[in-house]
Design a protein around this ligand. Structure first.
Ligand code: BG6
Ligand code: MG
Length: 212
């Protein structure tokens, strides 16, 4: 086996929360009178909440104080968490669950490396609350992807050396973070087009071929 552990990004890899992020940012942008669309939302992939807010505010004519920015981010998050309550174990695809189970059966450790502070809430919603061996997320980092911190911490939690870990990512910033951490990266979805990853996955189950 090429690796001892696999570290998965959450949003866009294990499950899809893009649309909920979109709706919650859109509600905030509408309130501020700032233009916001799906193309801008795509730029928020892998980016921390506060950095996402700065991108949303690029189209805002006024200025917000630091305090107002924190309140705006908090408001977006409250809307987002309300929407996340719609998620159920049905939002976990059979392909993802079957592939995860097969990877675990091969003896690989499975971890999460996500910028999201809602990671545990989302995993709970989709029925994976106790599934992963270790979780590194937005609650234990100070620097967001493309900084490698979230993956470095994930490997530490798993007690693995970086070179024994493979990261699975759907965002360019996440692929860059994995490589900066000294790990191989498998890109899926949007991240494929950045051309930086060690492997490009056509679909999630391709991971089974990559780890052999
Ligand atoms: C990432 C998402 O996983 O988490 C980003 O791709 C999001 O879009 C970031 O901004 C932070 O999420 P949260 O849940 O802490 O606001
Ligand atoms: Mg992602």
């Amino acid at each position: 086996m090429k690796y001892k552990g696999i570290i998965f990004d959450l949003d866009g890899v294990i499950c899809s929360t893009d649309h909920y992020h979109y709706l919650a940012w859109k509600a905030l942008a509408d309130k501020l009178g700032a233009y916001f669309d799906e193309t801008i939302n795509n730029r928020l992939r892998g980016v921390s909440r506060m950095a996402s807010l700065d991108i949303v505010l690029e189209r805002y004519d006024g200025t917000l104080t630091e305090e107002e920015k924190l309140a705006a981010a908090e408001e977006k998050n409250a809307t987002y968490r309300e929407l996340l309550k719609q998620m159920t174990p049905a939002d976990l695809s059979d392909e993802v669950k079957t592939t995860l189970d097969a990877l675990r059966a091969k003896g690989l450790l499975l971890g999460i490396g996500s910028s999201s502070k809602n990671t545990r809430f989302i995993l709970g919603r989709i029925g994976l609350g106790d599934y992963f061996d270790k979780i590194s997320d937005g609650t234990n980092i100070t620097r967001s992807k493309p900084d490698p911190e979230v993956f470095v911490k994930a490997a530490q939690f798993l007690e693995l050396a970086p070179e024994d870990c493979l990261v699975v990512e759907d965002a360019k910033a996440g692929v860059e973070a994995a490589l900066a951490a000294g790990m191989d990266a498998a890109a899926i979805g949007d991240a494929v087009s950045c051309g930086l990853a060690t492997y490009n996955l056509g679909r999630f189950s391709d991971l089974l071929r990559v780890v052999e």
